[in-house]
Design a protein around this ligand. Structure first.
Ligand code: 1BN
Ligand code: ZN
Length: 359
């Protein structure tokens, strides 16, 4: 009879166990997300049209609740409105409730709102996000400094564009072949006011995204954050942290803008890094995430426009053309990356071709 070689047997067992460990590790949802998207070369002509009037109405609706400051009635009512509205568009909705600790130890009753679009055959998920809270003080204003701001642009505009995208997709003939999570972060804008001179605590901004990123297991392909995307004549430069951590997405998004003619808004120049929700999402989850955020080239040292964190951030500065330009650019990019089954097939085929060894 043939004698079994014990060394061979145990080496095979060891290799199988290692293989199993690798498979299990890759299935636990905590592994690295897939690599960033390929260049947006697959142009999708089926991208539906975004409506600027509708986006504008979504800004106004939020502002009409009153300042959406955590622990206030307008905040609760507006949060409930988001849940109803996304549900009405056929998206799955969830509220992630949590207590955020403000820099001065005031507890903020907060809710991140998560709306999910599930494509029947999709294998990838992307993240589109904005913050929905309004700043509790007007610390850059010279009057009524201690009163909350409307946050028509800083807060409501990003949410409005995302609501318009949800509405557009829900009514589109050609739906994107990709899963989309829209996340509205709460308590982003409650950080240290500049009238407090001794600022000893770290990370007092972006409390909702910090909480969400630590409690989320989805592997996102890429993410896009919208912040202050509704002001008349706004300029969106390539923000530094986005360039450093999501360079391909930045390049392609701005290229899409130049192709569809929204490059009057999307300026192909670099701007400094800023700390916004995308930083916390990227750090906790390694998601390449771009922040589309207004940059004031006349005041590069402060980054932000004059109305920022003042009472001038109201409906008077909101322009439906800006909202539409941002929404259309983002939607075209999303449809380009996986806009249809044909798109997905073409992408898959190209990736396989690329992976073939050279002859
Ligand atoms: C963006 C809009 N942010 C607040 N409103 C984030 C931020 C906070 C950016 C502090 C720079 C400094
Ligand atoms: Zn702000």
């Amino acid at each position: 009879m043939k004698k079994r070689n014990p060394y061979k047997f145990y080496s095979l067992l060891l290799i199988s166990c290692l293989g199993l460990v690798i498979i299990l590790f890759n299935c636990n949802g905590k592994t690295k997300p897939p690599p960033p998207p390929p260049p947006a070369v697959y142009w999708n002509n089926n991208t539906p049209k975004v409506n600027g009037d509708s986006a504008y109405a979504f800004v106004k609706k939020q502002v009409d609740f009153g300042p959406r400051v955590p622990n206030s009635e307008p905040h609760v009512k507006c949060g409930d409105y988001f849940l109803e509205q996304f549900k009405a568009y056929g998206w799955e909705v969830k509220a992630q409730s949590f207590k955020a600790m403000r820099f001065d130890d005031v507890e903020l009753d907060s809710r991140n709102i998560i709306a999910s679009y599930k494509a029947p055959k999709a294998t990838r998920t992307i993240l589109l996000a904005a913050h929905w809270d309004a700043r509790y003080v007007a610390d850059k204003d010279s009057v009524d400094t201690k009163k909350p701001i409307d946050g028509a642009n800083d807060g409501a505009s990003g949410v409005a564009v995302l609501m318009e995208l949800a509405r557009t997709i829900s009514q589109a003939k050609v739906k994107p072949n990709i899963n989309i999570d829209i996340v509205l972060f709460d308590s982003e804008d409650q950080g240290y006011p500049n009238f407090i001179k001794e600022q000893t605590k770290q990370d007092t901004w972006c409390l909702g995204s910090q909480h969400w990123a630590k409690n989320n297991d989805t592997n996102y392909w890429y993410g896009i954050l919208l912040d202050m995307v509704g002001a008349k004549g706004a300029k969106f430069y390539k923000e530094g942290y986005s360039i450093r951590t999501a360079g391909e997405v930045v390049k392609d998004l701005w290229q899409v803008a130049s192709k569809i003619g929204t490059n009057g808004y999307f300026v192909a120049l670099d701007a400094p890094e800023i700390v916004d929700d995308h930083v916390y999402v990227n750090k906790s989850k390694s998601v390449p995430m771009v922040d589309i955020i207004e940059f004031d080239p006349n005041d590069p040292a402060t980054y932000f426009a004059k109305y920022h964190h003042t009472h001038k951030d109201n409906m008077d500065i909101i322009d439906k053309e800006t909202l539409k330009a941002v929404g259309q650019t983002v939607l075209q990019y999303v449809y380009n990356t996986f806009g249809s089954q044909e798109q997905a097939d073409a992408f898959q085929k190209a990736a396989q071709e690329k992976a073939k060894p050279a002859k």
